[in-house]
Design a protein around this ligand. Structure first.
Ligand code: PNS
Length: 159
């Protein structure tokens, strides 16, 4: 059986934390699909197309990772791409309630889908796209937290 893991999110933008989890997922999956939800964020900093392009660039060295966007329910997209597993990161206890709700709802909607939670690398544990966005917007240095392609995209937006 080929194990296809779906790693969904808003990825506005992809951080080193997301990158870490996408690569870690390859330890147990044959293929990983990074799935960007088109309708998750109302006013994203980066357009859907920009987010797809950035993730492709960041993970281009890994042929077993594919980047897709999707509309509608994750549970339906998982069915369409024959994914068996949804991967989500758990950083702190504060993530747990929302993640637990989502995992149960996704199982309700697609009983063939298991959610697995991965713990990020310690130095990336307190990282989030929203924090990175805010720091970048206010002129702070986010070099450590994102791939150079994302850094360049932030600089381009700020011009
Ligand atoms: O990175 P995020 O914003 O925490 O990701 C949330 C995401 C995109 C995984 C979630 O909102 C999602 O799955 N959206 C697709 C629509 C859907 O299936 N909603 C019901 C989830 S139980």
């Amino acid at each position: 059986m080929i194990r296809i893991a779906l790693y969904p999110g808003s990825f506005d933008p992809i951080t080193r934390g997301h990158e870490d989890l996408a690569r870690r997922s390859l330890h147990f999956a044959d293929r990983v699909i990074v799935a960007i939800a088109g309708n998750a964020t109302k006013t994203p900093t980066f357009t859907l197309e920009e987010r797809v392009e950035l993730i492709r660039e960041v993970l281009q060295d890994e042929p077993r990772i594919e980047v897709r966007s999707f509309d509608g329910l994750l549970a339906d997209f998982a069915r369409a791409v024959k994914a068996n597993v949804v991967v989500r990161g758990l950083r702190a206890v504060s993530d747990f309630e929302y993640e637990f709700q989502m995992a149960l709802m996704n199982r309700q909607l697609n009983d063939d889908l298991e959610t697995v939670f991965l713990v990020p690398a310690l130095h990336l544990t307190y990282l989030s796209s929203s924090l990175v966005r805010e720091v970048a917007r206010l002129g702070g240095d986010v070099t450590e937290f994102v791939h150079p392609a994302v850094l360049a995209a932030f600089k381009h937006k700020a011009r």
